[in-house]
Design a binder for this molecule. Structure first.
Ligand code: ZN
Length: 304
């Protein structure tokens, strides 16, 4: 076991060195405490039985069998590798069934089960941001699951599936959509928070921010945060740009209003201080096969 732990530590070190090498020199790399040694416990909690679960199907009533106990590693500040997934609807609603923004619950569960079976563990967007700022403990295979807008089907359909696998998510809600038709209510948002979900702002009215009058930007970006915080009694630390649309002024304002991070669209799974106000999220679309879904993710197979 000692030899195994040594090998594991060596592999993780090589991995970390490799990652920083291909990232290039970041202007903030001087902040990176590269001399910080990996803690001796980095691999100690690794479960030798960690394998892909052999259960072929999971019935709605059965809890998944956690055959893997993924361990955590400690990383320095500066850079975090973690896919951030973006969903809109998880629904069987026939009107949205074929929309690229809608994932049927069965397909959603298949994706979540794959993540679970392959040793992924969820973190929320502010945990990811804090790791970029300060470093710290992170699952071996972290994933951030996010939802945009505030649709009621996220509460009805996504929450029970995520709960079943011990996963949490970050929900970017449009402030004025809360309590609207087919939208989540304030009490339901509070319930999500009690279940470990993070709530972010997705603006006040979901406009194309670069197209609206600059005088309206503080209302959309800042007031949506303050109003949500007042309604929910929790800090709102992250902002999702509607349609992923930005310009320099929008990013500058967002970073000056007390947000710690902001999210947009893209396919990168490595995030740094340079991208903390435009963290790229991978949009999961309706017609993605499991092969396409898996191809967007950085890790698969048994945990090493
Ligand atoms: Zn949206």
């Amino acid at each position: 076991m000692k030899l195994r732990a040594l090998l594991m530590t060596g592999m993780i070190l090589i991995l970390l060195l490799g990652l920083s090498a291909c990232k290039g020199q970041s202007p903030l790399s001087f902040l990176r405490p590269s001399e910080t040694p990996l803690p001796p416990t980095a691999t100690a909690t690794f479960a030798p039985t960690a394998t892909v679960t052999a259960t072929p199907t999971i019935t709605p009533t059965s809890a998944p069998t956690a055959t893997a106990t993924p361990s955590k590693i400690t990383i320095p500040a500066g850079s975090v590798t973690a896919p951030i997934l973006l969903y809109h609807h998880v629904s069987t609603n026939s009107e949205t069934q074929d929309s690229r923004y809608n994932i049927p619950p069965e397909k959603f569960e298949e994706q979540i089960k794959w993540l679970f079976d392959n040793g992924y563990q969820t973190i929320n967007i502010s945990e990811l941001a804090n790791l970029i700022y300060y470093g710290g403990e992170i699952p071996q295979r972290p994933v951030v699951i996010t939802f945009d807008d505030g649709n009621i089907d996220n509460y009805n359909n996504a929450l029970p599936i995520l709960k079943k696998y011990g996963f949490v998510a970050t929900f970017f809600v449009v402030e004025t959509y809360v309590n609207g038709a087919e939208m989540i209510s304030t009490d339901q948002v509070k319930e999500l928070i009690q279940n470990g979900w993070e709530i972010g702002s997705h603006s006040k009215t979901h406009p194309h921010l670069p197209n609206i009058s600059e005088e309206l930007l503080p209302d959309e970006i800042r007031m949506s945060k303050l109003n949500l915080e007042e309604k929910l009694g929790v800090p709102v630390n992250s902002f999702a740009y509607p349609f992923g649309e930005i310009n320099d002024n929008i990013i500058r304002l967002t970073s000056s209003y007390g947000y710690k991070s902001a999210v947009g669209l893209g396919n990168s799974v490595t995030h740094t201080m340079q991208s903390i106000f435009y963290l790229q999220r991978i949009e999961i679309e309706n017609d993605y096969s499991m092969e396409v879904f898996i191809s967007k993710l950085p890790w698969s197979g048994p945990l090493q």
